[in-house]
Design a protein. Structure first.
Length: 470
């Protein structure tokens, strides 16, 4: 079920009812009523909406305490992503110590994304049923275990296995997005989604620099210590979330879903191919998913070969690359942690999406032409600015056109397509790197951004209201 965003005719949280009545009417019946008599539905359920949101167990979209919840969520994601950032620039160096080729290095990135492709929509679907918090806790703990196993892997085969486990447990980003969608209004959603980007930015600001420092010199590196530190940070994120992070879905909703599963009084929606196809039915969602796919295909492909390119172009080791990634993190943090709210209030999200795509395409065009470090920093910074603007706009638009009871699965399906791009992006970039040279790994991304710009223009012309009419 979809509804016009920003409409004053109905509220997106109509699935509740007052106590002593059936608080969750049949959704098919409700959908039919919404299509034929939307104002009647508003009149019937406005009172129950107020009672539901008075529950002390649920973070309220209009409550100022949401700022505290978002801060808690930011800190949990931030600590977890510092651990991820610690090993991100070290991955190619670690793989090469075991004799990996450039193609095998990119395959390591691709394997991680393959696991995310498979498990991201499943975690989103499961979080809609049992809650966001249990999935986040499980994923944080799983990341800790994968880092420990990686640190003690004696050969390349086991490294591939640990990266597969890391991909499975590193698929919690969709659940985090769904959590934010639960506690924010459509008007504030882009700013809320910027919290994820800010956490990524801070993680990549601190993590790579810390990883480069812990790894030591290129001549005598210590890769085990950064991995163990990453494991400790993932464990800290688990502990922090366990102690401080509340569940975002209301207890009444979770209890009702549990009773439905136990009594089988109403068949629950199962996760299968039909679920994915149902989510992708509106053309506006398909356009956003296609943009996400192309965006990730270009971005992650370049990320996978950037270390190899800098190593060959400037003879860099882990430390300068860690500093470069830290600089990217600063840019992402400034934009997604603060500026994105200002930009969203000034420009529509559809416009920000186009701006981000164009910046990324231009940055990827000029970056491989760099003959000095200054030019490299300039070109890649334009790319990072575009990525930092585009991501929260994509996340917010995808969330806004999804129905409230399918936030997790819709964001999960979109994220799985991004994960699919993350599989083929590094492989394509690695193949282009070996076949035609590193610059074509960048320029292929520019071509993809041209196609994404066309899709973005089509999405902007149709508007958000087009989804509700399909």
């Amino acid at each position: 079920m979809t509804h016009p965003i920003g409409s004053n005719q109905l509220d997106p949280n109509l699935q509740t009812a007052p106590p002593n009545t059936n608080p969750f009417p049949d959704l098919d019946t409700l959908e039919s009523k919404l299509k034929n008599h939307p104002q009647d539905v508003v009149d019937n359920y406005s009172e129950s909406f107020d009672e539901f949101h008075d529950s002390p167990n649920t973070p309220k979209k209009s409550d100022t305490s949401n700022g505290q919840v978002l801060l808690l969520l930011f800190l949990s994601v931030f600590v977890d992503l510092i651990g991820f950032g610690v090993i991100a620039p070290l991955m190619p160096f670690i793989a090469e110590t075991f004799g990996a080729s450039p193609l095998q290095v990119t395959q390591l990135f691709a394997l991680y994304s393959l696991m995310q492709l498979i498990f991201t929509p499943f975690w989103g679907y499961l979080s809609d049923r049992i809650g966001r918090r249990p999935i986040l806790l499980m994923c944080y703990l799983g990341s800790c275990i994968s880092y420990v196993l990686f640190a003690f892997s004696p050969n390349l085969t086991l490294i591939f296995m640990t990266r597969a486990l890391a991909g499975i447990t590193g698929s919690s980003i969709t659940v985090t997005k769904a959590y934010i969608a639960d506690i924010t209004t459509p008007e504030n959603r882009a700013k809320g989604m910027g919290i994820i980007g800010a956490a990524f930015g801070c993680g990549f600001m601190v993590g790579p620099a810390l990883g480069g420092l812990l790894a030591g010199s290129r001549e005598n590196p210590n890769f085990q210590l950064p991995l163990l530190v990453a494991a400790g940070l993932a464990l800290a994120a688990f502990t922090f979330a366990l102690v401080a992070l509340p569940e975002s879905l209301p207890k009444q909703l979770l209890q009702k879903k549990r009773e439905q599963r136990q009594s089988n009084s109403k068949p629950s929606k199962r996760f299968n191919l039909r679920t994915v196809l149902r989510v992708l039915k509106p053309i506006q969602i398909r356009r956003l998913v296609s943009i996400s796919f192309l965006f990730s295909l270009a971005s992650v492909g370049v990320q996978a070969i950037l270390v190899l390119w800098c190593e060959r172009q400037f003879d860099w080791g882990p430390r300068p690359l860690g500093i470069l990634f830290m600089f990217y993190g600063i840019i992402a943090t400034v934009i997604q942690g603060g500026l994105i709210g200002v930009l969203t209030s000034r420009f529509k999200e559809q416009t920000l999406l186009l701006i981000g795509i164009i910046f990324q395409g231009f940055g990827l065009l000029v970056a491989p032409l760099s003959t000095t470090v200054a030019l490299l920093v300039l070109g890649t910074s334009i790319w990072v600015v575009g990525e930092s603007v585009c991501r929260p706009a994509l996340n917010s638009l995808t969330s806004r056109i999804a129905s409230d009871d399918e936030q997790g699965i819709t964001l999960g399906v979109a994220q799985s397509f991004m994960s699919g791009a993350n599989i083929f992006g590094p492989i394509l970039a690695g193949w282009l790197f070996m076949k035609f040279g590193g610059q074509w790994s960048f320029w292929a991304g520019t071509i993809m951004m041209i196609v994404a710009t066309i899709l973005g223009l089509q999405f902007k012309r149709a508007g958000l209201q087009a989804v509700a009419r399909q």
